[in-house]
Design a binder for this molecule. Structure first.
Ligand SMILES: Nc1ncnc2c1ncn2[C@@H]1O[C@H](COP(=O)(O)OP(=O)(O)OP(=O)(O)O)[C@@H](O)[C@H]1O
Length: 582
């Protein structure tokens, strides 16, 4: 079990002063608590040998002193230990978030959001319980038992031995139960992740579910998963319900043995009534710490299961990060892009791009057209290192792309992805994302270039309008243009538009392209499109088909080739004519 706790070592080390102080408080608290039975024992013995008012007062004051001191140390124990567990929880949560934030997009394709959320909430809370209450209660039990044993032994070695006989049995029971609890808890946590993931997907895909009238079916599926979860939880509850009474029963037997054997020792004058009473008070004082062992074991089992799940996320090394070849002084990016004999596959999958040779001089534009699935998004994703090509296949300003630190590379790129994403905040904040010190005027200018400024200003709150869950829902085209404004505001050397004009009409498209042409003078633009109208003015147009560049040239050159581009152009021209005559 301790092996599994190893990931916590650096955190425990960081807070060792608190933990050390917590340990000192725990020891002092328990040492003081051990005095209570002794004082009571003395008081009872005094009753048999002429009790006076002053003696009563004396014992009373001693008990009061003990109560005050133990209260103080109990307070510091709880405050320091639970406080440290909260600090560690804080650090762990930050580290988890930071590591998740550095993961490439592919990580989120292979890990479900709900599962990640469950690990960062439920599992984290289980780890905190282990670090706080579990450690505190087990330390209390151990220290109190160690402190009380010599006193109990001094009263009667035989009685101590006999009273403690059932306890090893109790620990065996706890161990057996503990293993089962651990296994069941692991299954419960895994199921909880499943349920969270299911709920998250349902909320995110709410529109689709309504559109396909799948509410009832989804509710039913959720209910099945939920029933399974509760079934497994009840299994655990049953186990726990058996553990506690078993432990209490063992302690009851201990008390009974104490009464039988101790009573006999009192009758035969081996120990006094006061000593017998002290012994009993010790046994009662030990009851809760012993019962707590069962609960603590449960917390330990849960916590260790959870730390393993959290550690899996913490250990996840971002697949794309600065390597040894990154040159700290590289950059800033000027905008020259080259794909040299580029062949690329996702993981062990088939080649998605094959032998791509393309050069985009800084300050020029490249349009990429081609059928769906031909590799267009993959190609532009390689420029921002959203996925990594083999070394030497992608060059920026004639240097291998990996020589640029990721931050420098991405600072020089404005990326408008195919699927736009807006945060639940104001339109201003959404556009200024990545440029936190952008002025209101700069945001407005960027919105103007993306041809969305007037529409935003028509909202009652203008650029301060909230988007998403807490505000307005923008149309697909409005979202795309907000996303373009966001990329333009970064003042990038390379602007990448991945089918970013698909949701706007041809008139708006023309206006945006006109604005961009002006802004992007001297900078590099790469745009993906299904429409010839978007691509036709680019300095170069590459036609991709099944991962290969099948045609490359200007609009006029490609038309003259009479190949797939000319075919596409003709098809779209006819479609436009039909739309006009209809
Ligand atoms: N993350 C990924 N993991 C594995 N395969 C992927 C991944 N992303 C894309 N692919 C595969 O790579 C191929 C090219 O996809 P890509 O998105 O680059 O095409 P595209 O030309 O941009 O298509 P579209 O015009 O439909 O957006 C497709 O076969 C796709 O299934």
């Amino acid at each position: 079990m301790f092996d599994r706790l190893r990931p916590l070592a650096p955190y425990l080390k960081r807070y060792w002063p608190s933990l050390a102080w917590g340990s000192v408080s725990t020891i002092l608290y328990n040492v003081i608590k051990v005095m209570i039975p002794l004082v009571i024992g003395h008081a009872i013995d005094d009753m048999q040998h002429g009790l006076t008012e002053s003696k009563v007062m004396h014992h009373g004051l001693r008990l009061l002193g003990i109560a005050v001191l133990s209260a103080v140390f109990l307070y510091t124990t709880r405050q320091v230990t639970i406080g440290a567990s909260r600090e560690i929880e804080f650090d762990l949560r930050n580290d988890l978030f930071a590591n998740l934030e550095r993961q490439p997009a592919s990580f989120y394709h292979t890990h479900r959001t709900g599962d990640i959320m469950a690990r960062t909430t439920n599992d984290l809370s289980a780890v905190r319980q282990l670090l706080g209450p579990a450690i505190m209660y087990s330390a209390n039990t151990i220290v109190f038992t160690v402190a009380a044993l010599p006193f109990m032994y001094r009263i009667s070695p035989r009685l101590t031995f006999i009273a403690f006989v059932p306890l090893p049995m109790a620990s065996v029971i706890v161990q057996v139960f503990g293993n089962r609890i651990h296994r069941r808890f692991e299954r419960i946590q895994a199921m909880f992740s499943d349920i969270s993931a299911k709920a998250q997907e349902n909320f995110a895909g709410a529109r689709l579910i309504r559109a396909f009238a799948q509410e009832e079916a989804e509710i039913e599926k959720f209910e099945i998963a939920n029933r399974e979860y509760i079934g497994r939880s009840l299994h655990l509850v049953r186990l726990m319900a058996m553990l506690w009474p078993t432990l209490e029963f063992m302690l009851g037997i201990s008390l009974m043995i104490t009464l039988l054997v101790g009573g006999h020792e009192v009758v035969s004058h081996q120990i006094s009534v006061g000593q017998f009473t002290s012994f009993n008070v010790y046994m009662v004082q030990l009851t809760f710490p012993m019962i707590a062992v069962g609960w603590v074991v449960n917390l330990f089992q849960r916590g260790t299961a959870s730390i393993v799940r959290i550690d899996e996320l913490l250990k996840q090394v971002p697949a794309i990060q600065d390597g040894p070849e990154a040159v700290a002084s590289a950059g800033p990016v000027k905008g020259g892009i080259e794909f040299r004999g580029l062949t690329f596959a996702y993981g062990d999958g088939p080649d998605v791009l094959k032998d791509v040779d393309l050069t985009v001089p800084a300050g020029t534009s490249l349009a990429v057209v081609g059928p769906t699935g031909s590799g267009k998004s993959t190609l532009v994703g390689l420029i921002a290192r959203l996925h990594d090509a083999k070394p030497g296949m992608v060059l920026i300003d004639d240097a291998p792309i990996r020589e640029y630190p990721l931050a420098t590379l991405r600072e020089g790129i404005g990326f408008v992805p195919q699927e736009t994403f807006l945060f639940s905040t104001t339109i201003h904040q959404n556009i200024a994302f990545g440029v936190p010190d952008a002025t209101v005027e700069q945001v407005k200018v960027a919105a103007g270039i993306a041809h969305i400024r007037t529409e935003i200003e028509e909202f009652p709150k203008g650029f301060e309008t909230m988007v998403g869950e807490r505000g307005v829902t923008l149309s697909g085209g409005q979202k795309q243009r907000t996303s373009i404004a966001r990329a333009v505001l970064r003042d990038p050397s390379i602007l990448i538009l991945d089918d970013a004009l698909a949701s706007v009409d041809t008139y708006t498209e023309e206006q945006i392209l006109g604005g961009l042409r002006h802004v992007m003078q001297g900078r590099t633009t790469v745009l993906i499109s299904h429409r010839i109208s978007t691509a036709r003015n680019a300095d170069q147009i590459a036609v991709l088909d099944a991962g290969r560049v099948v045609e490359l040239g200007t609009h006029d050159q490609l038309l003259a080739m009479n190949g797939p581009y000319a075919e596409l152009f003709e098809k779209q021209r006819l479609e436009e004519e039909l739309a006009v005559t209809r």
